[in-house]
Ligand binder design. Structure first.
Ligand code: PXP
Length: 256
């Protein structure tokens, strides 16, 4: 199927809402609420284009049962973030979400701290990427905005790279923010020139999102923590809508 305008980037930008943090709240007290499925439905009403979940090796938030319900019951594509852990890879193969995004994972980290070492892991990634692709799952790799990692992703034949926006989002002064945004721009351009779809995410909030949303090659932004945090005060539907509005405004050339 030929990619539409949205899939090619350009005038459209899509929002993937990461609902891990809803499950974090549930797991903190081992309750049955709040339900990530309910969160996903509210995000859909607020304009989310897909839902992202990370099934971590320690199962600290999202569980297999959450992913299964989301894939089977939600009328939106599910993007499953995961490591190369063989049990989780087998789970993805049996469930077949629309998309899988490989991220590096260390147990002691608070959240994903860096992009995947694609070239270093290429021999392990290659057979897994091939199998998942044969199952009709789009495969993305979460990478730092570094040319050689993007070239390595392209050589592996994945459909997508997700650019790590953490360094940009965390930059403290205008000069480093501008420099890191430029790195993201160059990385997005390179990835598109290699025929890859370009996603981005990590650490983006309502202030930092505009700069990244304005990069025309980027098709989807995956955002979780800031949206769920804002939802505590204004509800998840409104928090999602507000983020989407900022993204669309920036993409149309408005305030960033
Ligand atoms: N994209 C990837 C690959 C991630 O690992 C995460 C965090 O799970 C996100 C996006 C969303 O990051 P945040 O919750 O900081 O918005």
């Amino acid at each position: 199927m030929a990619p539409d305008v949205a899939e090619r980037g350009g005038p459209m930008i899509r929002l993937g809402v990461n609902v891990d943090h809803v499950a974090t709240l549930r797991e903190a007290r081992q309750t049955r609420y709040p339900d990530p499925m309910e969160a996903a439905r509210l995000a859909l009403r607020g304009g989310a284009d897909n839902i992202t979940v990370h099934l971590r090796e320690d199962r600290r938030h999202i569980q297999e049962s959450d992913v299964t319900r989301l894939v089977r019951e939600l009328p939106l594509p599910i993007n499953l973030e995961m490591s190369l852990n063989s049990i989780i890879v087998e789970f993805a193969e049996s469930l077949r979400p629309a998309e899988v995004c490989f991220v590096p994972e260390r147990r002691a980290e608070r959240t994903t701290e860096s992009g995947l070492a694609v070239r270093f892991l290429a021999h392990r990634l290659f057979p897994v990427v091939r199998r998942l692709t044969e199952f009709g799952i789009r495969v993305a790799l979460f990478v730092d905005p570094v040319a050689d990692e993007i070239e390595a992703a392209s050589e592996l034949g994945v459909s997508t790279v997700e650019l790590h926006t953490g360094a940009y989002a965390e930059s403290r002064d205008a000069a480093s923010r501008a420099h890191r945004l430029e790195r993201l721009r160059n990385a997005a351009r390179l990835a598109r020139s290699r025929g890859l779809m370009v996603h981005a995410g990590h650490g983006l909030d309502y202030d930092s999102v505009g700069g990244v949303a304005a990069i025309p090659e980027i098709e989807t932004l995956n955002i979780g923590h800031s949206i769920v945090s804002r939802a505590v005060f204004i509800g998840l539907e409104s928090a999602t809508r507000l983020m989407k509005e900022r993204m669309v405004e920036a993409r149309r050339g408005g305030a960033v």
